[in-house]
Each structure stands twice: as C-alpha cells, then as structure tokens.
Design a protein around this ligand. Structure first.
Ligand code: ASP
Ligand code: MG
Length: 386
C-alpha cells in the first residue's frame, strides 16, 4: 500500500473548526486505504506570537532556547489533530520531529535536515495508524531540539516523503497552489498548473510564501513530486517537478530586506569580518555585492531571528556600517528569456524607483523602497506576466 504525506499550514489549522476540517480531510484520504502521514504547522500565528513572547523577556534570546519555545507551536497542532482523529474512531498517534527521526545540523532557528530515520513512523503506519508529525523541527546529533527556519514544515513533509518512499507529497494551504504573484496583493495573479523545482526555489527565495525554498531544494534532490493544493478543496493544484521551460516568466515575488553597506577596512577589506558576523548570527543566505571596497549585502528580513542583535554586532565589529530596513526586493522569476531583456522591461516601468539591481540565471531582482513593493508588484505583473 502506498504512503501519502500531507502537510497542512498554519492558516489551515488556525482554530478548532478548521482543525476539524483537516481531520475530515485526513479521514477521507484514509478511506482510500492509503497509509497517511500528516505533517502539521503551528496553529495560525502561533509562531509569531511565541517569537514576540520571547522578546518580551529577553532582547536577544539564545537560539537554543528559542527553538525549545518555537517547537512547542507544532506540538500543540499535532496533539490536537491526533485527538480529533481519535474522536472520529480513527487510530492516530502524534510524534515530535525528534521522535520521527528528523536529524538536523546544529544551526538553531535555521537548521538543515541531514538525515531522516523514520523507524517509529513506519512501525505505526504498519499498525494501521495515521501518524501526525510536528513540522518545522528536528534534533541535532548533540541531542538538542532545533527548528528549520520559517515555513520549515514544508521541509519536514518533503524529507519524510523521500525517506518513506511516499507515493505523493501533498502540501495544503489556504490558496489553490502557486500563483504568478501573491493573489492577496496582485489581483491579476493566476494559478500555475506546473512549475519546475528551480523556478519554485527562486520564487520562494525571492519571497513567495507558498512553499519553503529548502523544501523545494530537497524535493529536487530526492525526486519528490510536490502537489500544492488548497485545504478548502477545489480542483486546482500546482505540481512542482521537472526542469524550467524556456521563454517564460513564471512569476513575481517581493520581500523586505535587511540592507547592509559595510565601509572599506584594512588591507583585505571588511569581508572577513562581515562574514564572521553574519555567520555568528546564523543569517539567512542573501545577496552579497562587492564593488570596489564597499560591500553591500541584502538579506531577507524574514529569516533573521534577531535583527536588533545583528545591528548591534555590526556597529561594534564594523564601525561606520550603514543598515537600512526600509528596503525590499522585487524579483521576476523565469528561464530562458534572458536577464537583460527582463531587466530592460522592469526598468521601462519602474525606472525612477530602482535603487539596485541583481540578476541571476533564473531571477532578476531590483531594490526598491519597501513601501513601494506592492504597487511595483502589480505594475510589473501587468507588464511582464500575462
Ligand atoms: N510554524 C512555522 C512558521 O510559521 C513553520 C511553518 O509554518 O512551516 O514559520
Ligand atoms: Mg506557520
């Protein structure tokens, strides 16, 4: 019998009535005689609320303690969903990431999965139980609890699907799959039937919140096909698989950035110091541009667990560094039509506002005032994506 891994996002579990709907969905999937593993996110805005709570007691909480706190969000969901299934006479059991055998590196708040040993999950499936797994978390070889970075439940689902040799990996959220832009802010956005791993990863890294970038990278590496669907039913879905198609723009995404301009320093410049500070803060991957002695780094703000602490370290280690948090990037993702052509078309509609440019094979990004991002996304979507 095939194994299906389903993942439900936070907004699909925001309150008890939604959680009951998810229980119904799981129950009907199981009626098809499938073995079901369900990966859950924390209910609604729980993770944000926990982060805020941490800041009220400590300005710069340690990553280890943050992980102990944040991982609790998903535990609430897993236990409640398991109870909701039991109440329907469906045998179910919940497991934390650690109990599910999700082994990660030691990078607290942004850990990477290095291995999955899903022995207990397999045993429970063999007993006929639905297994509910707390997403977004794992355990390091040093036996510390870790979390996988924002949106990390997707990564849990893909990694488990790969380790279990699942038939399908279904990611359920509030929207019907992946759109050409965020449909909440860009009215013309439309759903994509299919998108390649590489393009999906670029979109996710550029700020599209539908799927976690690391999850997509994992899926590509292990050949897991992802079905992104809506929790509310509907026939629409986006299938993530394969290679990019030439000559198409797949979408537009925006994100706020933490923008650093480091001054020249010493003979070898400020690069070694800057890299050390970023590493110490477990900063997410961003863009680094070096032109002459000045270094410019734009990091996705969302991945930073302690922006205030990073500001302080930069002021201490690299005096004269300028940090701005009022900027963001708008990115156009798609293969084949050439970065120069894409950039020319973006410039044609946004020229006076562009404060920086970055282009990569599948992505062209421009730096803008954060306040302008939503407007710019609508303009660029109309001009470049049909
Ligand atoms: N609850 C975590 C977050 O909000 C993980 C997830 O939703 O996948 O980032
Ligand atoms: Mg969440």
């Amino acid at each position: 019998l095939g194994i299906i891994v389903q993942k439900y996002g936070g907004s699909s579990l925001a309150d008890v009535s939604r959680l009951q709907k998810v229980a119904e969905r799981v129950a009907s999937a199981r009626a098809g005689d499938q073995k079901i593993v369900v990966v859950v996110s924390a209910m609604g805005d729980t993770t944000d609320a926990l982060l805020k709570l941490a800041r009220t007691v400590c300005g710069s909480p340690k990553g280890r303690e943050l992980d102990m706190l944040l991982s609790a969000g998903e535990r609430i969901s897993m236990a409640l969903l398991s109870m909701a299934l039991n109440a329907r006479d469906i045998p179910a059991v919940s497991f934390t990431g650690s109990q599910s055998g999700i082994i990660t590196d030691q990078a607290h708040t942004n850990a990477r999965i290095v291995e999955v040993r899903p022995q207990r999950v397999e045993e429970e499936l063999a007993r006929g139980r639905v297994v509910i797994v707390a997403g977004y978390q794992g355990v390091s070889r040093e036996r510390e609890i870790t979390t996988l970075g924002r949106g990390g439940s997707d990564t849990t689902a893909v990694a488990l699907a790969a380790a279990l040799g699942a038939e399908a990996c279904e990611i359920y959220s509030d929207v019907e799959g992946v759109f050409t832009a965020d449909p909440r802010t860009v009215p013309g956005a439309r759903p994509l039937k299919e998108i390649s791993y590489d393009e999906m990863q670029e979109l996710a890294e550029a700020g599209a919140r539908v799927l976690n970038a690391q999850a997509v990278e994992f899926a590509k590496e292990r050949g897991v096909v992802i079905h992104a669907r809506s929790t509310h039913g509907g026939s629409g879905e986006t299938v993530i698989r394969g290679r990019p198609e030439a000559d198409r723009v797949v979408g537009v995404a925006t994100q706020a950035v933490f923008h650093i301009e480091a001054p020249p320093e010493g003979a070898d410049g400020s690069l070694p110091t800057l890299l050390r500070v970023l590493e110490a803060h477990e900063a997410p991957v961003g863009h680094l541009v070096s032109s002459g002695p000045t270094l410019v780094v734009a990091l996705p703000s969302e991945g930073l667990s302690d922006p205030a602490g990073l500001r302080r370290s930069l002021a201490r280690e690299l005096p004269g560094t300028r940090v701005r948090e009022d900027l963001g990037t708008l990115s156009v993702v798609g293969a084949g039509q050439g970065a120069r052509a894409t950039l020319a078309r973006i410039v044609a509609v946004l020229a006076p506002h562009i404060q920086g440019v970055l282009s990569a094979p599948l992505r062209t990004s421009v730096l803008l005032d954060a306040a302008r991002l939503e407007d710019a996304a609508r303009t660029v979507h109309t001009a470049l994506v049909r």
